[in-house]
Design a protein around this ligand. Sequence first.
Ligand SMILES: NC(=O)c1ccc[n+]([C@@H]2O[C@H](COP(=O)([O-])OP(=O)(O)OC[C@H]3O[C@@H](n4cnc5c(N)ncnc54)[C@H](O)[C@@H]3O)[C@@H](O)[C@H]2O)c1
Length: 335
Amino acid sequence: MKIVMFSAQPYDERSFDEVLQRDYASRGFELVYQKAALSAQTVALAQGGEAVCAFVNDQLDAAVLETLHGYGVRAILLRCAGFNHIDLEAARSLGLFVARVPAYSPEAVAEHTIALILTLNRHTHRAYNRVREGNFMLDGLLGFNLHGKTVGLIGTGQIGLATARILKGFGCRVLGHDPYRTAEFAALGDYVELDVLLAESDVVSLHCPLSEATWHLIDAARLARIKRGAMLVNTSRGALIDTHAVIAALKSRRLSALAIDVYEQESQLFFHDRSSDIIDDDVFTRLMTFPNVIVTGHQGFFTAEALREIAETTLRNLDCYASGRACGNALAGDG
Ligand SMILES: NC(=O)c1ccc[n+]([C@@H]2O[C@H](COP(=O)([O-])OP(=O)(O)OC[C@H]3O[C@@H](n4cnc5c(N)ncnc54)[C@H](O)[C@@H]3O)[C@@H](O)[C@H]2O)c1
């Protein structure tokens, strides 16, 4: 069976080839790697494939799914946790099998979240450049003790919980907001309403999925209720925050700092080398001008452990589909 992988990077090829050869050598799976992201313009690359393997910025709207179905594609393997980028209703009505990797390494994203908080707080990004230029002045690098501060986590699922565990070790007071409450989180922090979390947290970190209900969850109205001088961190999905409103909040000093690993228009930028191009996204370039803003290019997941887990789970999902076994990670078309 031929599987066409879109948005394939060299590290994807390495991790998938390794697991394929180790565990599925006799199964007849042929992986074809395509660097291009999946979109209406690139969908033709899937011709001849029975399955498509897609990542976070691949476009899986109804039109693309219909074209894939027309080519004979019957399975969509998402090699990510989030599934906001696929029209599941369309997939179901076409009878497609869709599966994802629900949790490959919550710790990978949680640890990156903590790295961003610490970097922003202690200005390590600026200190690094200063020292290399022979400037050993500390002015402008003043931070605060994380110990004793309040951190609010919006979403207390796998990544929110892993983040809470680390923050407890720092001696933080942890608040959580989630429509689905768990005893594991309640043992570490206090569940509160969103407005309370925003008003009391020194750091607000987003760990909920993107959906219609959470689109622009952090908008101008919510930013007006956030504690003055709070730090905002988003390692979940770009469209959880209204970037225009966040820029206004940075300019008014309502937010003291911002760290994002995800960005609403990231598909134009992230996972590409744009260093020789003129970037025409004025919102993004405005963000780049703030000394108190850090952007990383969707690398929260990017650890050796997570890459291995992504390859193993994706190929296990494929194997379930190919052998007609029930798949615990299926979102559509199972059985
Ligand atoms: N930066 C990265 O590399 C990276 C990697 C993996 C996942 N992610 C993102 O992280 C998100 C969280 O991942 P996870 O594994 O913890 O998912 P999860 O499903 O385990 O947890 C998500 C939690 O959010 C809660 N939630 C839903 N709506 C909410 C709302 N309106 N307010 C507050 N909470 C709400 C859910 O009840 C759930 O408990 C994913 O949806 C994905 O977008 C980012």
